[in-house]
Design a protein. Structure first.
Length: 245
């Protein structure tokens, strides 16, 4: 007779994912071993393999679980009929930053280690990311239909994610502002700025080219400087930036 799962099986799986995400975020996926994950989770290596077959399975579950929660959040807000079009955009911004605040390790893993995903897993997660960005774009189009007519909804949507997806590189967890504070700031920028967006009649000037030899240096709200972890190769996709404008 097959042995059934323990009553706390799902809780144990979630705990392991949290510990693994913290290690991957701090050390990088390739530099982390299953021995280290087992130690961080307070389990033997044999017990760890009872829950996850290998390190790659952990990576897939961390990345896909994170984006799946964003999909559920987006669908939940879009389904609400008690919100005005502007309030829906504000709520989407608030909810996604709230999710990022509670999943900072998973978010960093997705942005830094997505390049290690195999093609079919990457494509599946990419489709989930596109679902999220498409949901935000629909909300923005419903709020500002003139931007839809001008063909600017998608660029505006991607600019939004450009702001929020990399906030972890400079926003200190114990700094002057929280993710909740930043949600209001980003929403105010969207509500105040998007109506003023216009297509430029003049051709855009060529941007100056850089050497790309050093990573960007970011100032934190407390004045410290941080250097994002160097990537060895370009990422295939980044969190909720699954499509191009």
């Amino acid at each position: 007779m097959a042995r059934g799962r323990a009553a706390n099986y799902d809780d144990q799986r979630e705990m392991i994912l949290e510990r693994a995400a913290a290690l991957f975020a701090r050390r990088g996926y390739s530099a982390t071993t299953m021995n280290q994950v087992a130690e961080a989770a307070g389990l033997s290596k044999a017990t760890l393999y009872h829950y996850y077959r290998d390190k790659y399975a952990l990576l897939v579950q961390i990345a896909e679980g994170h984006v799946s929660r964003l999909v559920a959040m987006t669908d939940d807000v879009l389904a609400r009929d008690d919100l005005s079009a502007e309030a829906r955009v504000r709520e989407l911004v608030a909810r996604i930053l709230r999710e990022y605040a509670h999943a900072q390790h998973a978010h960093r893993v997705l942005t830094d280690d997505v390049r290690f995903l195999q093609a079919q897993d990457c494509d599946r997660i990419l489709n989930l990311q596109r679902h999220v960005t498409a949901g935000f774009a629909r909300a923005i189009a419903a709020w500002r239909p003139e931007q839809q007519e001008a063909g600017l909804v998608k660029p505006v949507t991607m600019l939004l994610f450009g702001m929020v997806n990399w906030m972890f590189t400079w926003l200190k967890p114990d700094g002057a502002l929280s993710y909740e504070d930043m949600a209001g700031i980003v929403a105010d920028m969207m509500v105040g700025g998007v109506p003023a967006v216009r297509r430029s009649a003049a051709p855009a000037a060529d941007a100056p080219s850089g050497t790309g030899a050093t990573p960007a240096i970011h100032k934190t709200l407390n004045g410290d400087t941080t250097v994002p972890r160097r990537r060895n190769a370009p990422a295939v996709a980044t969190s909720t930036e699954g499509d191009k404008a």
